[in-house]
Design a protein. Structure first.
Length: 806
């Protein structure tokens, strides 16, 4: 059933052709070190003549070019041992399943015996030291008995089958062979199926090459697998002393695409396209035998190669190109089979790291870091990093940073080179007075001031900043400044370098606003405030603005008598004083002692006037008083309308002569001043009129006059109009009468007498003078005289009669 399926599926039959000859084992052969132990492992099995033949794929197949040919670096026609197939690129871990087929009594292999040949194969493929494979080349391909079966279940990687028909294999293409393969095979894409049974044709093992042009082997359970006769299995079977397990090594080489070294004979042509397609195996005309040094093609035969037929004990190697071809086959034809692992980190002198096998690392001169070590992160020792170092002598050297520091140089950074730096340097001064020798550009970058090339820092050429220290102000505040500045500010210098942090200054006593009764404020301690009778506010309170309650405003208050006192406005008014305004002081105010007396004839203009008679006011007044006269016509029933006597009072109208009159009503004199006084009597702003001198009784010298200024009185009359003064009217004699009589008794000095801005008119005297002036000076200033008639009668008549008083 299976064969037709195979034929129909693949269209052609792959025919293994057996090797014709089988060399005999060497008698008395043994390994050094007692590696083989046939007495323990050997089975009581039927002993065939030991044979070294193999049923691997023959060259005839290479002439069949199918359309489905896989083109690769390791196809049937070519080996391209590219770098990518080198063992340094990782290790393949390849799972195997060993199918032990017996007839029920013959062919059984214990698990230990199965494992034994797997181990031997690894010794050869990995060139493990201390084993027969140690002289070979490490292929970095390691085999192991599968631990997981195709269903994902745990397994020991060995199957046992009792089937006599399958066990006895007469032809690899007989139905029973196709049947056991398809029955027993685990997925050939993922496992190496190794069948151990009894091969009854002249072969100790056989394999269908996976790179057959039909492309119908790899992964095909009909053909794909390694077949080994149980009698050649490991060190534990009947012929193990002869084969030593190398049959499996050899067949695995075929399984991974290697041809026999004698495959193409001597016709080498292009070594990668003829013979065994491998260039580092010499061409060979026939299979080698024994351990001879044959030379079938003019060069030494590769009789030590695992893929030749030399005695197994002489077999010791796969060549590097064979290994690359096998790894290429794994990648190209059995991509699901092996797991590629990178055993460890390989460190190179330049500090770089690559994953590699131990041997691969050694091959490329690296240092292997051990299995499982990684390149990420890179733990490889790094070569020293050099950089440009500007030395103190301004030369440059490329050294390590640490060495540069040791030399006192200026390291310019990893990988910097001297060609990029001008090491010319000089002293660079910083604001704090420190000095560093560096390049001009570095100095600028660092904020220093370059002193010029080749200038040095020893001794330090940099200007030193003035020393500063804590400076304590009287208020306990602290500032760091120079001693000079501190002194200028009135502070107390604490010494160079003294810090304000913490504040070392003695703190002034706590003060607060202290309010005095006068509302003034001073910031002082509570004790000081209390001792000064003030009212202390809280600590820290300020006098700005003034928080103190302010007393009522006061000012100078002038009393009637001219005295001054500082009072409130209310108090001043209550005392009858005159308030001079807030905050005025008595020292700045001159209080007049003048007493003002007011007179209004009809109380019309000033109802509050003191009097309605001027004479009453004069009578009441003291010297120096001022008598203000409101408009009206004032008369009296006395000898004169106004009799000042000796009083030096000032009588003045409020509205001038045109509205205020002194009217004698033709029956009395106008004004009489008589007597000395320290002051001056004055009469300002009046019209004086209607005086008949004949009606005026004489005061002195029996001479009547309208106006008398007598006996040292000082008088000022201003802004006045004197009019209508006569005598003789109505038949009176009118002898020697005067309008103005100025005289003093003997021994009495005259006063100061003046008329200013006065007019005289309507004067008509039948006998006398306008003015009789004895021994005194009278000043008329800006006075106007008009209509003055002085008639001459019995006595001489003149305007002015100046005489010496007797
Ligand atoms: Zn072979």
């Amino acid at each position: 059933m299976l064969l037709p399926i195979a034929l129909s599926v693949f269209g052609q039959l792959v025919t293994p052709v057996l090797s014709p000859s089988a060399p005999a084992p060497l008698p008395g052969w043994s390994w050094e070190g007692g590696f083989y132990q046939p007495s323990e492992l050997g089975a009581a099995q039927t002993s065939p003549t030991p044979t070294w033949s193999c049923g691997a794929k023959l060259l005839t197949g290479r002439d069949i070019v199918g359309s489905n040919l896989i083109q690769s670096d390791c196809d049937s026609f070519n080996t391209n041992p590219a770098e990518e197939y080198d063992p340094t690129n990782g290790k393949y871990l390849v799972p195997c399943v060993v199918h032990v087929i017996t007839d029920g009594s013959t062919g059984f292999l214990s698990l230990g015996c199965v494992q034994n040949n797997i181990d031997t194969m690894n010794q050869d493929f990995l060139a493990l030291s201390g084993t027969p494979g140690q002289l070979g080349v490490d292929a970095q391909i390691e085999f192991y008995l599968a631990d997981v079966d195709p269903s994902g279940n745990p397994t020991n990687g060995v199957t046992y089958t009792d089937n006599a028909e399958w066990f006895q294999e007469a032809d690899p293409l007989e139905l029973s062979s196709l049947e056991y393969r398809t029955t027993l095979s685990w997925d050939p894409d993922r496992y190496v199926n190794i069948f151990v049974l009894q091969i009854n044709f002249p072969a100790s093992g056989y394999v269908y090459l996976p790179v057959d042009p039909c492309n119908c082997v790899a992964g095909n359970p009909l053909y794909d697998g390694v077949h080994v006769d149980h009698r050649y299995w490991g060190n534990c079977s009947q012929n193990s002393a002869w084969a030593g397990g190398r049959v499996l090594t050899h067949e695995m080489g075929h399984y991974l695409g290697l041809f026999h070294t004698f495959e193409g004979g001597c016709d080498s042509g292009l070594c990668s396209e003829s013979g065994d397609l491998i260039c580092d195996t010499n061409p060979e005309a026939d299979p080698a035998s024994g351990c001879g040094n044959s030379s079938s093609c003019g060069s030494p035969d590769p009789d030590r190669n695992y893929m030749d037929y030399g005695d197994p004990y002489c077999s010791l190697e796969f060549t590097p190109n064979q290994i690359r071809r096998m790894r290429c086959v794994l990648e190209s034809y059995r991509p699901q089979l092996g797991t590629l692992v990178f055993p460890g980190a390989c460190c190179f002198e330049d500090g770089s790291c690559e994953l590699a096998t131990e041997s691969g690392c050694a091959d490329v001169g690296g240092t292997y870091q051990g299995e499982g070590s990684a390149c990420e992160p890179n733990n490889c020792p790094q070569p020293p990093t050099l950089g440009a170092c500007c030395l103190p002598d301004l030369s440059c050297s490329e050294v390590e940073a640490s060495e540069c520091a040791t030399l006192g140089g200026d390291y310019k950074g990893d990988d910097s080179v001297c060609a990029s730096f001008n090491c010319a340097a000089g002293a660079c001064c910083f604001a704090n007075g420190s000095c560093v020798v560096e390049t001009e550009s570095d100095c600028g970058v660092n904020g220093g001031i370059y002193s010029g090339d080749n200038t040095l820092c020893v001794p330090n050429p940099c200007p030193q900043p003035p020393a500063i220290g804590a400076c304590c102000a009287s208020d306990g505040s602290c500032s760091e400044q120079t001693e000079a500045d501190c002194q200028v500010a009135g502070g107390v210098y604490s010494g160079d370098g003294a810090s304000c942090s913490p504040n070392p200054c003695s703190q002034p006593p706590v003060t607060g606003a202290c309010c005095a009764l006068d509302g003034s404020c001073r910031e002082q301690t509570e004790a000081d405030c209390q001792s000064s009778g003030g009212s202390y506010s809280d600590e820290g309170t300020s006098c700005a603005p003034n928080p103190c309650p302010q007393p009522p405003a006061t000012g100078a208050c002038c009393s009637d008598d001219g005295s001054c006192a500082v009072l409130t406005q209310t108090s001043c008014a209550a005392s009858g004083g005159i308030y001079q305004g807030d905050d005025t002081g008595c020292e700045a105010v001159v209080c007049s002692d003048d007493v003002v007396i007011t007179v209004d004839d009809d109380f019309g203009e000033n109802p509050q006037a003191n009097f309605n008679s001027i004479q009453d006011a004069i009578n009441a007044a003291s010297d120096g008083a001022i008598i203000l006269v409101y408009p009206g016509t004032y008369t009296e029933n006395l000898d004169f309308v106004l009799d000042f006597g000796s009083k030096s009072v000032a009588v003045q109208s409020t509205s001038g002569a045109s509205q205020t009159s002194i009217d004698a009503e033709w029956s009395r004199g106008l004004a009489n001043f008589n007597g000395t006084s320290e002051g001056v009597a004055s009469l300002v702003g009046f019209t004086l009129q209607n005086c008949d001198i004949d009606a005026v009784p004489p005061v002195v010298f029996n001479t009547p006059s309208a106006i008398n200024i007598l006996n040292g009185a000082s008088v000022e009359i201003a802004d006045c109009v004197v009019q209508d003064v006569i005598n003789g009217v109505g038949g009176a004699s009118g002898v020697n009468s005067l309008v103005l009589h100025v005289a003093s008794e003997e021994g009495v000095a005259c006063g100061q007498i003046s008329f200013e801005d006065c007019s005289f008119s309507g004067v008509s005297l039948e006998e006398g003078h306008f003015a009789g002036i004895g021994n005194c000076d009278v000043s008329f200033v800006s006075c106007l005289f008009s209509g003055i008639q002085v008639l001459e009668t019995s006595n001489s008549a003149s305007m002015f009669d100046v005489y010496q008083a007797s």
